[in-house]
Design a binder for this molecule. Sequence first.
Ligand code: G
Ligand code: G
Ligand code: G
Ligand code: MN
Ligand code: NA
Length: 249
Amino acid sequence: ESLAGLLAHAIERQCISVVYQPIIQLGTEEIIGYETLMRLKGNNGRLVKPDIFIPVAEQNGAIVELGAWVFEQACADVARYKLDGVIAVNISAVQLKAPGFALRVAEMLARHGLAPAQFALELSERGDILGQSQAAQTVEQLRKLGVQIWLDDFGTGYAGIDCLRRFELDIVKIDRSFLPDGRHPRDVRMLTGMIQLLRSLGRTVLVEGVETVEQKRLLEELGVDLAQGYLIGRPQPVSEFIGDQKSEV
Ligand code: G
Ligand code: G
Ligand code: G
Ligand code: MN
Ligand code: NA
């Protein structure tokens, strides 16, 4: 079966799931929330890499329904397990441009009785998502609704600096490719400069892809607010971490 075919039936066949990766406050180590990540099981029972299936789903439009499924699932989990902290959901440009996106988000939150401010939408600067007026209008509606708007993959797109200038962003996630695995002066200066720019604009800075203790220490020295990565916690199903949260009702 083709990947497109798999994507078209993923929800009814229950091949799609959501995992949660913790985000911590550096210094206090407190988990301030989770990023949701979509997972797709292929016919052989193995996971298909999101890097493979997300672009296909974006291209054929399946991402609109799959993305809505993830948001709905996240709402259901938060309501059922009374999860604390912010839940950050990746949103592709295709979803943002689909008619009625903001309404749909509002409807899901209201139906589950959840506060919009507990949710963040991660918009990637990669696809020039915010450069298009239709998308910018939807972002404005979402902001009025009260959901947080985060900028994902900062540093990798065409318009990251422009996005910073034009949009109020609650949090900016510096792409993990800017996190050095050593202390090469050039890499450290690059990251330091990015952090200084963001902080001078009053943005909260999150660095993702933290895999080593040395990397975490560097971020603490540089005054980064939030961190995420395999060192801190892997993406996992909600069943794996509800023990750390308030008990189920
Ligand atoms: O876990 P990782 O391999 O999950 O994700 C790879 C890429 O897929 C990342 O760029 C991530 O933003 C994207 N991605 C993961 N889950 C989702 C999702 O639910 N929606 C969208 N639009 N992208 C996602
Ligand atoms: O594009 P986005 O930032 O949404 O993608 C998040 C991706 O990064 C997911 O594929 C997730 O599984 C992956 N990821 C999360 N933590 C780490 C990490 O510490 N190292 C690496 N290499 N990838 C990570
Ligand atoms: O957990 P383990 O040590 O087996 O991980 C092996 C490799 O798989 C590591 O290099 C790590 O970066 C990667 N990895 C671990 N968890 C994830 C995950 O949730 N998503 C992705 N995309 N890669 C992961
Ligand atoms: Mn993301
Ligand atoms: Na990213």
